[in-house]
Design a binder for this molecule. Structure first.
Ligand code: LHQ
Length: 259
């Protein structure tokens, strides 16, 4: 249900249930989690590129999995969230390597919110983001209530979540939810080039950068200044920093090794 291939330091992860617009069943949840875990554990992985197979990126939870017409007790969605979505979301945010998301088509429900949890989100101009939850009586999950409120503020977050109105990629970029909306045919080449460039970058420094920027949301300026000091101290001891400065002085391109 998920394809993964490591090339030149980029772990390309493709959600692969195209006939269901890559909606999540249990197997896909576990496969995606295993890929993100590998990105943590494997030093050869220096960036992740997440995308979807076929015409969609991800339509959230597979709604066929819990057909209420089949009867039985109501499913415990809290358990689904705790077992499947939340651990993966935490792993993506905690991964101290860049995660690029190439949203190749519709991203609905948890599918949209997983994209927003990635570090740099590119989307095809034809792609749209839909907070589909309210259409089926649910609430935003997979971190969506957090990221939408933080990035957009309450007025837009509430309207998107309550109306489930589709947000086109260009508008999402204009509103700061994603990095760029690109012509459909340029999305994948640009996303691949970006992921490759990040994978050839100073991985330790990029990981610390991610940690710092994510910490800013909850830290005071004082705490953040201390954290910047500590992270810069660590980055300053890296081989990549020495290489970066040496390359600058020698007027050549740096060759970072990610250490
Ligand atoms: C699907 C799905 C889908 C199954 C398209 N499931 N088959 C929820 C519950 C439990 C635990 C915790 O978390 C969550 C979180 C959530 O993510 S809730 C939100 C779940 N997602 C949705 O409500 C979105 C449902 N899908 C749609 O509204 C549309 O499919 C969108 C707007 C995404 C795309 O529309 P179209 O481009 O018109 O495509 P389509 O609707 O024709 O879909 C293509 C096929 O994919 C179709 O199958 P078929 O056999 O008829 O060709 C759909 O049934 C299937 N599909 N999403 N989530």
């Amino acid at each position: 249900t998920v394809l993964s291939v490591l090339t030149g330091g980029v772990l390309r992860v493709t959600l692969n249930r195209p006939e269901k617009l890559n909606s999540f069943n249990e197997e896909m949840h576990l496969d995606l989690r295993a890929c993100v875990q590998r990105a943590h554990d494997d030093p050869e992985v220096r960036a992740v590129l997440l995308t979807g197979a076929g015409r969609g990126f991800c339509a959230g939870q597979d709604l066929g999995d819990r057909d209420p017409r089949k009867g039985g007790p109501a499913p415990d969605l809290g358990h689904t969230i705790a077992t499947f979505y939340n651990p993966t979301l935490r792993l993506i945010r905690a991964l101290e390597k860049p995660v690029v998301c190439a949203v190749n088509g519709v991203a609905a429900g948890a599918g949209a919110n997983i994209a927003f949890a990635c570090d740099i989100v590119l989307a095809a101009k034809s792609a749209k983001f839909i907070q589909a939850f309210s259409k089926i009586g649910l609430v935003p999950d997979a971190g969506g209530s957090w990221s939408l409120a933080r990035i957009l503020g309450e007025p837009r977050a509430k309207a998107l979540a309550m109306t489930a109105e589709p947000l086109m990629a260009e508008k999402a970029a204009e509103w700061g939810l994603i990095w760029k909306a690109l012509d459909d045919e340029t999305l994948m080449p640009e996303a691949e080039a970006l992921a490759a460039a990040l994978a050839a970058g100073p991985t330790l420094g990029l990981g610390l950068t991610k940690r710092l920027i994510q910490s800013a949301a909850t830290n005071s300026l004082e705490t953040q200044l201390d954290l910047e000091r500590d992270c810069q101290q660590q980055a300053g001891r890296s081989a990549d920093y020495a290489e970066g400065v040496t390359a600058f002085l020698e007027k050549r391109k740096p060759e970072f090794r990610g250490q």
